[in-house]
Design a protein around this ligand. Structure first.
Ligand SMILES: Nc1ncnc2c1ncn2[C@@H]1O[C@H](COP(=O)(O)OP(=O)(O)OP(=O)(O)O)[C@@H](O)[C@H]1O
Ligand SMILES: [Mg+2]
Length: 308
């Protein structure tokens, strides 16, 4: 094995990165890194700065201050394309897929393989279908029809296609912005499994989520953001799921929340009481209805039937 320094440099590292939009400070002095074969979870509430940070990593924004290094070298990306060619693939929440087009067309979107030359060159469907099928099989998805419209896949399957695509095109770092946010428990589990597989193949993964229950089982390190600042980075051995959850909620916010919940319970109790009243009124009505019904029955009973 080589003893070169770059061998041990993290795939991605930011040091004291800040980002302002006019007077809005979206990020202040954030440091984090991700190594090959590691899942780094970026956690934080709405507006914490998660998307802003990954937009810096993926070349959408330049940091206002601080350093951004890729494999030990200062990165100067001026577009997502620059980041992608450095091996940093980002799967944004809207996924940049075309719902009406098939799986293999979407898999190769923007990098279409062709056959033939000049005016006769056309999409090499056979190649695209084969690679798509193979790459998805590699992560455990068997597809029957590579022409199936992506729009008819489940949310989890769509995420999986996007992940498989990034891996196939040689990503070293995979950045996933809330890939499990819109998914049910089972589908989220499937996406978490693909994240584990990407890690096993030696990629560094940055997994953004609101949900500590999704992050904890899969993460090696956790960075928590709160209103643009870091609450710290923890290795899994340094933090329990409960601690992670309570840090996410934040002591202060939790207190506000419990006040709100108490208030809700109070108004709910009022609502409950008035409901009970309605129910009681209904009961009265039901009673009189019942009475009316039995009166009616009695009348019917008194009427002699023909032939008896
Ligand atoms: N282009 C921009 N111009 C001005 N303010 C911005 C811009 N982008 C982000 N912000 C602000 O920066 C802060 C952080 O936003 P960001 O989108 O990074 O949060 P987030 O953690 O991704 O939140 P969410 O969980 O809701 O996606 C917010 O206050 C937001 O309004
Ligand atoms: Mg966001």
């Amino acid at each position: 094995m080589s003893t070169m320094n770059t061998q041990s440099a993290p795939l991605i590292e930011v040091q004291d990165v800040s980002k302002s939009f006019g007077s809005v400070v979206a990020l202040k002095d954030i440091s984090m890194k991700v190594n090959a074969g590691e899942v780094m979870c970026l956690l934080g509430d709405n507006g914490a700065g998660k998307s802003t940070l990954i937009k810096i990593l993926s070349g959408v924004h330049r940091p206002s201050d601080g350093h951004y290094m890729v494999e030990g070298k200062e990165a100067r990306f001026s577009s997502p394309r620059d980041a992608l060619s450095a091996g940093i693939a980002t799967v944004f929440q809207d996924l940049a897929m075309i719902p009406l087009m098939g799986i293999s067309r979407n898999f190769f979107l923007g990098s279409e393989p062709t056959k033939g030359w000049g005016p006769f060159s056309r999409f090499d469907k056979k190649f695209a279908d084969r690679v798509t099928r193979e790459e998805l099989a590699r992560i455990g998805i068997q597809i029957r029809d590579t022409g199936q419209a992506v729009g008819t896949l489940s949310g989890g399957e769509r995420q999986s296609v996007a992940i498989a695509r990034a891996v196939y095109f040689g990503a070293k770092v995979l950045i996933l912005d809330e890939p499990t946010a819109a998914l049910g428990v089972k589908e989220a589990g499937i996406v978490l499994r693909y994240i584990a597989q990407a890690r096993a193949r030696g990629l560094g993964v940055i997994f953004i989520t609101h949900n500590p229950h999704h992050a904890y089982p899969i993460g090696d390190h956790f960075t928590l953001l709160n209103r643009g600042r870091s609450l710290g980075t923890f290795a899994k051995s340094e933090i329990s799921r409960e601690e992670l959850t309570s840090m996410m909620a934040g002591g202060e916010e939790l207190e506000t929340l419990s006040h709100e919940l108490a208030e809700f319970a109070r108004t709910d109790a009022i609502a409950g009481a008035s409901l009970a009243e309605v129910a009681r009124e209904f009961e009265v009505e039901a009673e009189s209805l019942e009475e009316a019904a039995s009166d009616h029955q009695a009348t019917v009973d008194r009427v002699p039937t023909d032939g008896q």
